[in-house]
Every structure is written in C-alpha cells, then in structure tokens.
Design a protein around this ligand. Structure first.
Ligand SMILES: [Zn+2]
Length: 365
C-alpha cells in the first residue's frame, strides 16, 4: 500500500523545535519512551497521552496544524508525549498478553512521571490525554500513584466509561468469539490487506458488507473494533483525506483482552479493577472512581457531541464529580465532533485546540 505520509514521522514537528527521545522501563519489564518537543525552557510542561492502539504520532500529524505545534506557538515551549504499552510504536498490543488497564495505571504512568521529573524538575506538569490514555492516567491519579499534576484534559472518557448498546454487546462477546471461535488473539485494521482467503481477509471483507460509507477497509475494521457507527470513531467530514487514507497508521491492531476490562467498567458504570484477586494489583483500589474526591487536579472533560465510541461518558463523569466537588472541574462539549477527531481533525486547531490551550493557560497562571 502506498502512503503519502511516512509512518512514525517527525515531519509535523516545527523545524525550530528540538526533538529528543527518552526511553525508560516499567517495573514489570517493558521498555517505553517519552518524546520531547522543546523550543525553549518554560514553567509549564505539557505531557500528551495517546489512546489504545494509537501513539504519540497522533499529536504531530504533518497533514494538519497539530497540537504540538499549537502548544509550542502558544507559549508551552516544552511539550512531551508518552508512548506507553498501548502505543502502536511498540509490539505489545499485538503480542500474546493479558494486560489490563490496571497495568498501565500501576506500571506505565508512574514510571513515565519519574522519568519526566528527571528532566523537568519540579516545574508544573499539565496532562492532555485521549481515550484509554485518559482513563488509565485518571486511574493512576485516583490510586495516588501520581499526585504532581497541575491540570488535566481528558478527551472522550475518563472515570465513567459508557458505550452505545451495540458496542456493549461487542465488548461482552467479542473477546471470546475472537479468541476461541475465530482464532484471533488481536484485531488489526490492516486485515483488509491480508492475503486472499485468510481469516483476516475474510473478516475484513465481511465487515465491509456493513460499511458502505467509504471505500477504506481499515476505516470499516475500526468501526467494527470500537463503538457503533458508520464510521464509529470520527466524522468523515472532519478528517483530511490523507488522514482517512492512512487511518491504519494512526490506529493499529490490538489484543482483545483490553476489551474485557473496558466491558467490566461499562458494566460497573465506573473505573474498577479488572481482577480483585490479582496479587500484582493488590495495591490498586477496587473502585477508582471512589478515590476521585481525593484528587485536587482540576480537569477539563472534553467530548464531541457525536461521540459514538464512549457516548456521554464525560458528561456523566463531570456531573458525578461536580456533585461532590463543585466548581473544580470543567466540561466542554464539541459540536460536530466524534471520539478522536478532536485531535485528528483537519480543523481541530481552530475548533478544539483553543479550548484546551485556554484551559491550560488558566491553570498555568
Ligand atoms: Zn471511512
């Protein structure tokens, strides 16, 4: 397949920003990394967190005016992006594994913050997070594993995951069906490129029967993998054509076990531990949301009003938090936007990023 834009490119980073990578390890033995985009020293550091199967690349896309560029231009001149175990820059999503969101909360984010602090000292750190990057970082905050965050922006979902009914069925039955019936330990938007008559090819062709809204097979697979809609993860009209064509570069394959944890949270209506009897997670709370009232970090909860992946999760989360901590947290609903186009959209720099930057500036004051 031909791509106009290379994968894992830094071409979207402004020329005058110095880029450096900072590898580190987790306690359970994974290698992860932070990428720094530095134009000058500044008092307020911004840390960006991708969602499941995405990567730091979602913030430096060259085909639009990306978030890193906007932050650097607005005075946040020392921006960092984390690639944690859910990143498609690493092989972990596609390996045989039984990782849950608890592993990200316990092992990834605290280790990332420790590495970040080595370089930025005690300067204020603000976090901007998408999807399960947001959920898992909020879990770390609620568990008291990170406590030095000045403010946080959570897109699409935070501590009260809710999904459309069809997505709930998929989360409930999909993992067992995939692993034990169809023989897939992971699902990949690139199945459309699989050799003819292989199982991946057949699944992709079958899914495309239900998606006549466009001719990008990876887009159809992603709508099968997440949410409920045609397409499920964004509004087509919000994406640059280059982004739509290379959507499998931006959203990779994923092991189906993560779905089980998301399903458990959807059933509970809140962020909960996957397995209360798991010894390595003994130090984590069974119910993360219960710990949210101890978190003093102000949140901006963002969601598109066409969010077909996590529905009104952040509206519900804002209501829950505001009833207990009035005035601390904010909610912004983005008209015409879905789940991930608030970051990927061709007009996000005009429609969405100013809201994020205004919040960060107020919290930096
Ligand atoms: Zn499409």
């Amino acid at each position: 397949m031909e791509h106009r834009i290379p994968r894992f490119t830094w071409a979207g980073v402004p020329d005058d920003a110095e880029v450096s990578t900072h590898p580190f390890s987790t306690e359970d033995g994974l290698g992860l990394s932070l990428t720094r985009f530095r134009r000058a020293d500044c008092d307020d550091i911004v840390l960006l967190l991708h969602g499941l199967t995405m990567a730091s690349d979602m913030f430096i896309m060259p085909e639009h005016r990306n978030l890193v560029t906007c932050l650097l231009d607005e005075g946040f001149t020392d921006v960092w992006a984390l690639d944690f175990r859910m990143s498609n820059r690493f092989p972990y999503d596609l390996e045989t594994h039984r990782f849950t969101l608890d592993d990200c909360a316990l092992f990834d984010h605290p280790a990332a913050m420790a590495e970040l602090r080595k370089h930025v000292g005690d300067r204020r750190v603000h976090v901007v997070a998408h999807c399960l990057g947001s959920v898992t970082y909020m879990m770390s905050l609620c568990a008291g594993l990170v406590d030095d965050v000045a403010s946080m922006v959570c897109n699409s979902v935070a501590l009260t995951p809710r999904v459309p009914l069809w997505a709930k069925y998929k989360l409930a039955y999909g993992p067992a069906m995939a692993e034990y019936v169809l023989g897939f330990s992971f699902l990949d938007p690139r199945f459309g490129d699989a050799p003819v008559l292989t199982r991946g090819w057949a699944l992709s062709r079958f899914m495309s029967l239900f998606h006549r809204e466009c001719d990008v097979r990876a887009c159809h697979m992603l709508s099968f993998m997440w949410g409920a809609g045609r397409p499920a993860l964004y509004e087509h009209g919000n994406l640059d054509d280059a982004t739509h064509q290379r959507i499998a570069d931006i959203c990779g394959g994923v092991g189906v076990h993560y779905y089980r944890h998301v399903h458990k949270m959807v059933e509970a209506g809140r962020a909960v531990k996957y397995n209360r009897k798991e010894p390595r997670h003994a130090d984590l709370p069974d119910d993360y949301l219960a710990g949210a009232t101890e978190v003093q970090t102000p949140l901006l909860l963002l969601t598109g009003d066409r969010n077909k992946a996590f529905a009104d999760s952040n509206v519900i989360c804002h209501r829950w938090l505001s009833e207990r901590m009035p005035g601390l947290h904010e909610l912004q609903i983005l008209p015409g936007y879905g789940h991930m186009d608030p970051f990927l959209g061709k007009n996000a720099h005009a429609d969405v990023f100013p809201t994020i930057i205004d919040f960060l500036k107020r919290k930096a004051a």
